[in-house]
Design a protein around this ligand. Structure first.
Ligand code: FAD
Length: 406
């Protein structure tokens, strides 16, 4: 039987969309290339994401999973440090969230979608797509090499960095960000209690080069996700292998190196490069692109999963109306509202790398409490909150604060 919706990929965007659509009574098939649990990078959630997990009926699964609690972010450069407590944000809504092992998080979202009636098939790779406004179809290959055609009334591409439709339909378009890469791993951190607040992600700027930065994300059970980001030409000067690069770079990080002095690596050092990506259009005849399958900016403000869930929420609501026979304008009902928040994050990411946001952060915006609350709001993921001037016109307001910082 032809399902109403086929979704490519069971990452956060795919599973949340599947849960929402199945809940609304539609038949949903999710085609996932991997087998779960599988490793994925991107462990630090933002509080705004909790709203969309709740909307999809998946919040309880996340709350009960025992993930590390998260209430903010600490930024550090040499001896300079500033912390942001998300509960002190200007927007209404969740002020706390979690730092999650993505193998467990993604698996529990996929299971939640199945519980709601979605069919999730693993080991299924989508290799071709024929767009059609009424009945788009996909070619799917299983692990024995058998190919079959799957038709649906609509296709959602949530294939993340797989970027299936962007590649197959020639939708890729240049991003405004230069090529950057990241090397990362998980460690048993062995940080003594009280030396660092595990409820906060630590973002450290390399004291000698503000284009290089590190994350330290405490996870449950004494683990930490650690990684470093920079341009490939800079990272590669630190060693011939990823292990050498990560070790040499962390040695320069200051506090983070001290915190990790007794750390033991528990997985191989991974690498991901050239991840910033964009498409010419997020929708077409019979399809829409969610999460990273559409666009990815940069890891610095942990916005990836939040944007992925927002895209799943917007697309599912438009699609439910369309499948119920209502007219939907995908541009004004999906692409434009999604891009409002993406543009907010884009301004913050640009400000981070041009140095203006680093200047604001380390100049302690706490001195102007209301300003800090509004910036905190965006850092907590409330990038669609038009009441916040730092969302309505981020460039103008960040510039203003930067000038005040001297
Ligand atoms: P994904 O999570 O990538 O899921 C896509 C799924 O599609 C995968 O399971 C994949 O196997 C499947 N797939 C791919 N191709 C095919 C195919 N052909 N057929 C079938 N299935 C397919 N975000 C945060 O929120 N917090 C962070 O701290 C954070 N840190 C990051 C650090 C780095 C270095 C990077 C690069 C990214 C980081 N991100 C972070 C981003 C985050 O990982 C992504 O934004 C998020 O996973 C996107 O979710 P998604 O559902 O769109 O895609």
């Amino acid at each position: 039987m032809t399902p109403d919706v086929v979704i490519i990929g069971a990452g956060p965007a795919g599973s949340v969309a599947a849960a929402l659509l199945a809940d609304a009574g539609f038949s949903v098939e999710v085609l996932e290339r991997a087998h779960f649990p599988r490793f994925s990078i991107g462990e630090s959630l933002l509080p705004q994401a909790m709203e969309w997990l709740a909307e999809a009926g998946l919040l309880r699964d996340v709350v009960e999973a025992g993930f590390q609690h998260k209430n903010g972010a600490t930024f550090r450069c040499g001896e300079r440090e500033e912390s942001f407590d998300f509960r002190a944000k200007s927007a209404d809504g969740w002020g706390t969230t979690y730092q999650v092992r993505r193998d467990r998080f993604d698996e529990l979202l996929a299971k939640g979608a199945m519980r709601k009636g979605a069919k999730v098939l693993f080991g299924q790779t989508v290799t071709a797509m024929r767009p059609d406004p009424e009945c788009p179809s996909l070619t799917v290959r299983d692990e024995d090499g058998n190919e079959r055609e799957v038709k649906a009334r609509f296709v959602l591409d949530a294939s993340g960095f797989g970027r299936v439709l962007a590649r197959l339909l020639d939708l890729e378009t240049p991003t405004s960000f230069p090529d950057r890469m990241s090397v990362f791993t998980h460690v048993e951190d062995n940080m003594p209690a009280q030396v660092y607040d595990r409820n906060k992600i630590l973002i450290t700027v390399n004291p000698n080069d503000n284009q290089i930065w590190y994350w330290l994300i405490p996870l449950a059970e004494g683990l930490c996700s650690i990684g470093v980001v920079g341009t490939p030409d800079r990272i590669k000067t630190y060693g011939a292998t990823r292990e050498e690069q990560l070790t040499a770079l962390i040695a320069e990080s200051g506090l983070m190196a001290e915190l990790l002095v007794n750390a033991k690596r528990v997985r191989d050092v991974g690498e991901i490069a050239g991840y910033a990506a964009r498409v010419s259009s997020l929708t077409g005849p019979g399809y829409a692109l969610l999460g990273n399958a559409g666009e990815f900016l940069d890891p610095v403000f942990s916005s990836g999963v939040t944007i992925a869930l927002k895209s799943a929420s917007l697309a599912s609501s438009a699609l439910i109306r369309q499948l119920n026979g209502e007219a939907v304008n995908w541009q004004s009902d999906f692409s434009e509202p999604l891009s409002r928040g993406v543009e907010t994050f884009r301004a913050y990411v640009s400000g981070w790398y041009d140095g203006s946001l680093q200047k604001i952060i380390f100049s302690k915006p706490a001195d102007a409490r209301q300003v800090k609350a509004m910036i905190t709001s965006v850092l907590a993921g409330y990038a669609w909150d038009e009441e916040n001037p730092f969302v309505r016109d981020p460039h103008k307001y960040l510039k203003m604060v930067e000038e005040l910082c001297g």
